[in-house]
Design a binder for this molecule. Structure first.
Ligand SMILES: Cc1cc2nc3c(=O)[nH]c(=O)nc-3n(C[C@H](O)[C@H](O)[C@H](O)COP(=O)(O)OP(=O)(O)OC[C@H]3O[C@@H](n4cnc5c(N)ncnc54)[C@H](O)[C@@H]3O)c2cc1C
Length: 550
């Protein structure tokens, strides 16, 4: 089996080099020439035919060399597919010759040469993984580990595979020096410093994304075939199928590709993965797959509203940009519910978590943690956290766990010797200072439990993310999107449906050409597989709508 390094830095055969040369532009390079520099938006992919390119960490002349790309090798990592800023500089160490391909030529080559495409895509993914685990110092975040704002930025970075250099206000000596240098007081943190030196105090997610090199390029004058709102499993599946079938796709997500599934520590019931697969791996692969077929995925990109303009659907983004499209897929999922207890908002991001990933597990290693919820997501989180925590307290409102959680999880939890299951229990109070210190609860017998903890994990259900759709498509009384046969009687009598000359398709909303899939859809099964199935299926209906638009 090839090693990680062999996968990340393969040597192409003469046949591969000839095939790529035929699809790009062969040109000479001179020693010292920079092909692209750290912070540049990478628009080209280079394959080295002769000579050697050096990989440099930074842009200064004395920046350290971290590797080389020799004859038969190629530049780039996964950011190339999404047009992210380059993390390293590529400079010719000697005179040489390269094949230069732009983004479209690269995607065409990957599509036309599947074996070579697999080698390139695997290398791209592996290079980003190696970079993230190598201690590569990306954008700096200086803040307190107890600050909700700092947690929000780190969460965004983790979910978007952005390398960060975390500098803890409380324990890193470098923090004070940096705050002094940038004239920032601790109360103005988190401070973010980009590789370019650009800095921002307590930035919004959009400002942080820009510092980290995530830039969206949305064509306002263009009419897309499909705009997908939400890049969870439903949105990603639709993006893969639609782009692979030749539709021009833009997918917008407010936070990160992967949705809720991306935060799942291990998905054990998704077809084809007998040993389970981490949500992050599953959804990152789906993201790359969609990009490989040419779907444009933009993050962070929140959608504010939906409307009609002539024959087009118009999606308005949070920054006011209007995007025109023939079809829309509503795949915006759900948002987590909160506990109705005093001081709840004081501890959001400062001890209260809605996901249990490696990042949260690291924050509470060796400590007692509380997990709330009786569903599979709570069960999975409890099993996962029990590996590193001292003790896991699982609190469930119901008197019986078996009614809402899969049997295999109940069995696993009951067999663990550092997990307590508290049935019939409700949280009554939260306590702490700048961070959570204690969770108090009442059990079924009226006894009070007081658990000293800095981590409370909530898995208590969610509400549909449909405020951006209100007044535009029919929702059920809980705010979930109605589609197909679930639409109110009389829908087909409306003018727009009479013009369409057909009833709404199975996954179509009350507005022709606007579809819904996944958790956000009324009556959907809240599972990854169903979201993927619905997202994929919706594309068939889109083709039919595009052929006979209304
Ligand atoms: C911790 C956890 C573990 C789970 N484990 C499993 C499991 O093991 N097996 C299983 O089958 N299911 C599991 N699930 C459920 C599964 O993850 C969901 O059913 C699935 O993710 C739903 O996919 P979706 O695409 O419909 O929505 P989501 O995954 O919720 O994605 C919706 C996306 O839309 C984006 N969005 C929302 N509003 C907007 C807007 N206005 N503009 C732009 N973007 C927007 C969000 O940022 C999000 O990325 C788990 C869920 C959680 C939370």
């Amino acid at each position: 089996m090839p090693t990680e390094l062999e996968i990340a830095f393969p040597k192409l055969t003469d046949r591969d080099l000839a095939a790529l040369s035929a699809r790009g532009r062969v040109r000479d390079v001179s020693a010292g020439e920079t092909l692209y520099a750290t912070g540049d938006k990478v628009i080209h992919f280079y394959v080295v035919l002769e000579g050697e390119m050096e990989v440099v960490d930074g842009t200064d002349n004395d920046a350290p060399r971290v590797g080389t790309v020799g004859a038969g090798q190629f530049t780039g990592e996964i950011g190339v597919l999404s047009g992210r800023a380059a993390l390293v500089t590529i400079r010719a160490a000697s005179d040489g010759r390269v094949v230069q391909l732009d983004g479209h030529e690269l995607l065409r080559a990957v599509g036309e040469l599947p074996d070579l495409g697999e080698v390139i895509i695997k290398a791209f993914i592996c290079r980003r993984d190696l970079l993230l685990s190598s201690g590569y110092k990306g954008v700096k975040i200086i803040g307190s580990r107890f600050s909700p704002a700092a947690h929000r930025l780190r969460d965004f970075a983790t979910r978007n595979l952005i390398p960060v250099n975390w500098i803890d206000l409380e324990s890193d000596a470098e923090a004070e020096q940096l705050l002094q240098r940038f004239n920032v007081s601790p109360s103005e943190t988190p401070l973010v410093i980009a590789r370019s030196g650009k800095h921002a105090k307590n930035p919004s997610i959009a400002e942080f994304a820009s510092c980290a090199g995530l830039t969206a390029s949305i064509e306002e004058d263009h009419v897309y075939d499909l705009v997908v709102v939400g890049a969870g499993p439903a949105g990603l599946a639709a993006s893969v199928y639609a782009a692979s079938e030749g539709l021009d796709v833009l997918t917008a997500d407010a936070l990160a590709a992967g949705g809720q599934a991306g935060t799942s520590a291990r998905i054990e019931n998704y077809l084809g993965f007998p040993a389970g697969i981490s949500g992050k791996e599953l959804t990152q692969n789906a993201l790359v797959q969609a990009q490989r077929f040419g779907a444009r995925i933009t993050v962070p990109c929140a959608v504010r509203s939906l409307g009609l303009d002539g024959g087009d659907r118009v999606v308005t983004l949070a920054d006011g940009t209007r995007v025109r499209t023939r079809c829309v897929l509503v795949a915006s999922g759900v948002s987590y519910r909160k506990l109705d207890v005093p001081r709840f908002s004081d501890f959001e991001g400062a001890g209260i978590y809605y996901a249990a990933t490696e990042m949260e597990a690291r924050l509470c290693r060796g400590e007692d943690v509380v997990v709330i919820g009786g569903g599979n997501s709570a069960g999975q989180a409890a099993v996962f956290l029990a590996r590193g925590s001292r003790w896991v307290h699982l609190m469930v409102r119901a008197a019986d766990l078996g009614a809402s959680m899969s049997r295999y999880l109940v069995d696993r939890l009951e067999a663990m010797d550092n997990v307590s299951i508290h049935l019939g229990t409700r949280v009554s109070a939260l306590d702490g200072d700048s961070r959570l210190r204690e969770v108090r609860a009442h059990d079924g017998a009226g006894r009070e439990l007081a658990i000293g903890t800095s981590a409370l994990f909530l898995f208590i259900g969610a509400d549909a993310n449909t405020t951006w759709l209100r007044g535009c498509v029919e929702l059920d009384r809980n705010g979930f999107v109605l589609t197909g046969p679930a639409l109110p009687p009389g829908t087909t009598e409306l003018e727009r449906w009479r013009l369409a000359g057909r009833p709404p398709f199975l996954l179509e909303t009350s507005l022709p050409g606007v579809f819904a899939a996944g958790d956000v859809r009324s009556g959907s099964v809240k599972r990854v597989a169903s979201a993927v199935g619905e997202g994929s299926q919706s594309v068939t209906f889109m083709h039919a709508h595009i052929q006979r638009p209304v």
